[in-house]
Every structure is written in C-alpha cells, then in structure tokens.
Design a protein around this ligand. Sequence first.
Ligand code: ADP
Ligand code: ZN
Length: 292
Amino acid sequence: MLIGAIEAGGTKFVCGIGNEEGTIIDRCSFPTGEPEPTLQKVIEYFQDKNVEAIGIGTFGPIDINPASPRYGYVTTTPKPGWSGYDFLGTVKKQFDVPCGWDTDVNAAAYGEAIWGAAKGLNSCVYYTIGTGIGVGVYTERKLVHGLVHPEGGHIMTRRHPEDTYEGFCPYHGDCLEGIAAGPAIEKRWKVKGSELAPDHPAWAMEAFYIGQAVTGTILLLSPNKVILGGGVMHQKQLFPLIRAEVLRNLNGYISDDAILRDIDNYIVPPGLGDNAGLCGSLALGLAALQEK
Ligand code: ADP
Ligand code: ZN
C-alpha cells in the first residue's frame, strides 16, 4: 500500500510516499513559493505515484473544521498569496483519494504517537522550535482541534530578568515564539543559533523560556510525553537545561514518577527524528484511508 505525504513548511515543502508501517520510500523537497507554482510541483510529484491516500500537514493558520465552507484553506498567514488559498481543494481536484488535513505540528504529534517517541501512549504534545514555534496536541488518542487549532507558540511568557530583547512576533512582541524561536536567538545575540557555543548563556535563557511553556503544558494537558523538535532543538544541551527548568517550576507539585524520577524519558526529542513531520503527514493519510 502506498500513501502520499506532504509536509508543507513556511520555507520548504517535502513530498514523499510511504507505507502503512511508517517507512518513507521516496521523497523530494523544494522551497515554498507562491501557492500555484508550489502546488504544481506537488501535483507533478504525485502524478505517477499511484497513492491510495494523501496526508497533508501544513503551516498555518488553516481551516480544519469539516463543516466550514473554507475547510482546507490557509487562513490568515502573512506569506504572500497563501492567505485564503484552497490548499486541500487543489490537491483533491487532481487526486481522487482520501486526504488527511491538519497542521504540521498536529501531524508531527500524530506521527510520534503512532510510530515514534509516544508510540502506544494515550497522549503527547509536540513542540517545534524553529523559524516559529508550533504546538501539536494529541490527547485521549485524538488530535485536538477545538475552535481553530492550538496556537501554543504564541502563549504569553514571563521574561528572563536579564533579557533586554523586545521579541519579534508582529502580533505580540515577546510571546513565546517572539522571544524563543530561532530568529529571536539570532536577533538577541547577533549570531545564528547554530554558531553559538554549547555553553553560551543563550541556551540557559532559551531553556528558561521553553521550560515555562513545557511547565504550562504539563499543568494544562497532563500529557504522557512531551516531544521537542525543530532546528533549535538540534542543540542537544537544551534538553537537560529544559528538564531542570521544568522540575524547578513544578517544585514537586506533580508527584508522578514519570516527572520526578524519569524526566529524561518524559521530555524527549522526536523518536522519528527529522522525519516526524513527513511521517506524521503519512499517518494522517493512512487515517483518512481507514476512515473511508
Ligand atoms: P522551519 O521552522 O523553518 O521549518 P527549522 O526547524 O530547521 O525550520 O528551524 C529553523 C530555525 O532554527 C532557524 O531560525 C535556525 O537559525 C534555527 N536552527 C537551525 N539549526 C540550528 C542549530 N543546529 N542550532 C540552533 N539553531 C538552529
Ligand atoms: Zn505571537
């Protein structure tokens, strides 16, 4: 069985095909341009692949309410041309197969729950910390949608006492994304995150912010696993720093062994590595096929 997967990111698109075990068999990637030419490349890729379903995990915000007349549309993004674009409809017009449709981070959370670090668990939360910050929520074995979909990258944060950087979010300034996504690190320290030494004070400050978000997530949703992915989390020294922040913030309040004794296996990198997004889209496609 071949399933198609589209990981639609703000900077690049990844298309692939895979099977029901979550194995990616083939893939291609290209920069995200205006919607029409970008989707043309997607259509060309899948034209001769004979997929039985397609899963799409995309940057947003998007409309994921099946009852909405704009279901499948990208909604309010500042990305040129994409606001109000019928992404899902364009794919469906070309390929008469069941299609899964969700945010990139919900897709990643789902992929991790089916095949990755949260395999077999009832719930997990997936953070991507990259050009922006996004959060996917899987709970009681279902992805959370609600009113629109979770936008946990834009939660309010308590500022680090030594941080003078104002934040770059055009809507909120120093929300979590504004103060802790990759561009915030670069603007604050005047050098790309990837070029900062592992013991640079930038990482303790980063952990202070991510640790707050993870603490809030644990208190609000009580997930069975917290998964932290995205380019910034390639800095592996962040994991112990974030775990320490979470323990400090919780201060023993959540008295479960998963946190008190085994936090190294509770706050973890994606089990699927950098494939979390694409495998997640694959899982969405598979789910759409099974629902048919
Ligand atoms: P995107 O969010 O665009 O899908 P990424 O998850 O790769 O892509 O995130 C890109 C952001 O992460 C950039 O701001 C970049 O500076 C930062 N980044 C990428 N790799 C690293 C690294 N090894 N260390 C620190 N920051 C990184
Ligand atoms: Zn914001």
